[in-house]
Ligand binder design. Structure first.
Ligand code: AKG
Ligand code: FE2
Length: 183
């Protein structure tokens, strides 16, 4: 997983116009946290959600879902299914990477709908949020900023961002506004 993360952060660095090891050098590969979600069978799946609308907190999330399905992403104001693919992984861009890109990247709003008949399992690697001892401040990457592209967000430590995300919970609103600088 760390090797995959290494490749992904190289590609993302290049997509931002940075040197390919930039995101690795500022700690994006550190603090990978793995979680497993178990969604039990629900007798009335149409009345609820497995996970409410949210963006992930950290840099990126790599997700493997089983063959039940249910993950959806918000695309042009419509919920679009992310169908399970055998051995396929889903990479979500997290809130912190949107902040660091100064909005060049958009972190993906997603949710999980329940299908009913069988329980569902997903395995997720969250890059960035497991390392709350990391005291580095993360904000819009200096190299991307200019007079025409001033910082849109203030800097934060991962610890503060994670604390804020937990406090807010998955209430369907983005916590980007927490870091947003006034225009
Ligand atoms: O179970 C899934 O497919 C997604 C779960 C999720 O979005 C999360 O844990 O952040
Ligand atoms: Fe998520």
């Amino acid at each position: 997983m760390l090797n995959l993360g290494d490749v992904l952060f190289q590609l993302l660095s290049e997509a931002l116009g940075l040197r390919s090891n930039h995101l690795k050098e500022i700690g994006c590969l550190e603090g990978m946290d793995t979680a497993y979600n178990y969604y039990p069978v629900c007798p009335e799946p149409e009345l609820t959600l497995g996970a409410t609308q949210h963006t992930d907190t950290g840099f990126i999330t790599v997700l493997a879902q089983d063959d039940i399905g249910g993950l959806q992403v918000l695309h042009r104001n419509r919920w679009v299914d992310v169908p399970p693919m055998s051995q396929g992984l889903v990479v979500n861009l997290g809130t912190l990477l949107q902040v660091m890109s100064n909005d060049k990247f958009t972190s993906v709003e997603h949710r999980v709908v329940l299908k009913g008949a069988e329980p569902r399992v997903s395995a997720i690697s969250f890059f960035g949020i497991g390392y709350t001892l990391n005291t580095r401040l993360y904000g819009p990457v200096e190299e991307l900023l200019s007079e025409d592209n001033p910082p849109k967000y203030k800097k934060t430590t991962i610890k503060d961002l994670v604390a804020h995300a937990y406090k807010q919970g998955l209430d369907g609103t983005s916590f980007l506004h927490h870091l947003k600088l006034m225009d």
